[in-house]
Design a protein around this ligand. Structure first.
Ligand code: SF4
Length: 509
């Protein structure tokens, strides 16, 4: 779609809303010509009292105009507020023009961000009651009532988790970037599986060295780990002895005295054994995630998981017998060759297994995934919508509540991923990371560290090497990451008045 921006340069905001409303469209910038088809002129103008965004949209022989405005005084607090208000009204003007043309309102209305519940939390932080904030979310952003309710439930869980956090706590992520095979929807594992498997031994040695290095920074600052998450990839591709080595290194180098949740992804059911689960249980793991994605054999085949639904039943039986208190199962709505009926069967089967957490993802079409490269057929947005409606109704009926929520780019139908749990079984790490409640330090390949100042919302991110090979070749990256983590957390602890005198001269290396 040809875009003409006048009076502003908020390209990203305009492109975001264009992609939500017209999936598949690519931006192409140029001069406005009203005779052209498939184009939008998006203008921002400032008057004495109002700042006004106007979008003129031409598409398939029809034309529409959308207008949105805000008080000019709202722009005058600081740069950040100015950006936020301008982007909001620009998106709303585009949204209004597009809805006039198409007559279709997407489930999340004019919200484009990955954390839609944020808007609701912000409104409540500003003093609005729950009912008032819900009504405003629906009226101002055109969010559907059922999506707004999802926001409310996750906002409640987030506030509860936030209230239980202390200033000297952080969470830790450990990346294990190995999987038995590559799933069709994954863009992550680039090297051949056989090649990467040979790297597991050297990778684990290096990871233990990085754990010692990062642990020394946390120890020097007196920081305690609140939640620990071992993800990937598939951490249970490690042997029992390798898992033991990893879990011992973590306990040796980090202060786990306040650990309230210890998760290990056992994503591929065919990698789960009683021996591995026994190692996890002995080392204090409280949560495992067993991820069928689907229980339909044909769909499993289509996505290249190379395991069967029977493997899922066996893995669940082993997990329950291991005594690990919480079990999550991940499902994906919208997988290649799946149907609403197939997805409903999958959900029913998973509910019958009674995990206390169930996460329902919407398929995201990722660059480099086999789905895109091989052109695998995927269900349309309406079918994915049916799958999600079925899951929401049946999970609610079975006593699960939504506790975290996020959206990704290129999701089928622009829907969402939702974590559901039984009361008291919420996966806290998921809330911390999605709501950015405190710092998450990431070690190993594939993850990223997010340093968070909870008072201001200021965030610094640094990315780890994506793949095992690169990780082994660049140990100097760990030293850089350690220095950034140390400096950020030290400044924060000093501000809180929590850093003991003797630590103020601590090393940055
Ligand atoms: S299990 Fe996860 S990381 Fe591994 S190939 Fe499948 S989607 Fe990718």
């Amino acid at each position: 779609m040809k875009l003409t921006l006048t009076g502003h340069s908020y390209k990203y905001a305009v492109e975001q809303i264009m992609t939500v409303l017209f999936p598949g469209e690519k931006p192409d910038y140029g001069q406005w010509d009203r005779r052209e088809e498939n184009c939008a002129a998006v203008e921002l103008s400032e008057g004495l009292v109002w700042v006004t965004a106007t979008t003129r949209l031409n598409r398939n022989g029809t034309r529409a105009i959308g207008v949105s405005r805000a008080l000019r005084s709202a722009l005058e607090t600081d740069e950040l507020a100015r950006d936020r208000v301008c982007q909001r009204i620009l998106k709303l003007s585009f949204f209004k023009a597009a809805v006039t043309l198409t007559g279709e309102i997407p489930p999340w209305g004019a919200l484009t961000g990955i954390r839609p519940a944020r808007m609701l939390t912000r409104m409540m932080d500003q003093g609005m009651g729950e009912k008032e904030a819900l009504a405003a979310l629906c009226a101002e952003y055109f969010v559907s009532p059922d999506r707004a309710k999802l926001c409310l439930s996750t906002a409640r869980a987030s506030r509860k988790a936030q209230a239980a956090l202390r200033e000297d706590e952080f969470s830790l992520y450990v990346g294990i970037p190995f999987c038995p095979t590559r799933c069709a929807y994954c863009s992550f594992v680039s090297a051949s599986v056989e090649k990467t498997f040979a790297m597991i031994g050297p990778y684990l040695d290096a990871l233990c060295r990085e754990i010692a290095l990062m642990g020394s920074a946390a120890a020097e600052l007196g920081l305690k780990v609140k939640s620990l998450y071992i993800g990937g990839g598939t951490p249970t591709t490690l042997s029992p002895a390798q898992l033991q080595t990893l879990l011992r290194a973590l306990a040796q180098h980090f202060d786990l005295s306040r650990l309230c949740e210890y998760t290990v992804e056992a994503g591929r059911p065919d990698t789960v054994t009683a021996e591995k689960l026994a190692v996890l249980a002995e080392n204090g793991v409280t949560r495992v995630s067993i991820n069928p994605q689907t229980m339909e054999e044909a769909v499993l085949e289509a996505i290249g998981r190379r395991h069967s639904a029977t493997d899922v039943y066996q893995a669940m039986e082993l997990a329950k017998a291991s005594g690990i208190p919480h079990i999550n199962m991940d499902l994906i709505a919208g997988l290649p060759t799946d149907t609403p009926e197939g997805f409903s069967r999958t959900l029913d089967k998973c509910l019958a297994l009674a995990p206390d957490n169930l996460t329902v993802h919407t398929l995201a079409l990722k660059k480099g995934s086999r789905i895109l490269l091989d052109g695998l057929p995927v269900p349309g947005a309406a079918e994915v919508g049916q799958m999600l409606d079925y899951s929401a109704a049946h999970l609610s009926q079975a006593g699960y509540t939504p506790y975290y929520l996020y959206r990704q780019k290129y999701m089928s139908g622009n829907f969402e991923n939702v974590g559901w749990s039984k009361p008291g079984a919420e996966g806290l790490y998921n809330i911390y990371i999605m709501e950015e409640l405190h710092s998450i330090l990431s070690v190993g390949a594939g993850g990223s560290t997010k340093l968070v100042d909870p008072r201001t919302g200021h965030i610094v991110r640094h990315f780890n090497c994506k793949y095992a090979k690169e990780y082994l070749e660049k140990p100097e990256k760990w030293t850089q990451n350690r220095a950034q983590f140390f400096a950020f957390e030290r400044a924060l602890l000093r501000d809180y008045g929590l850093l003991p005198e003797e630590n103020t001269e601590g090393s940055d290396s």
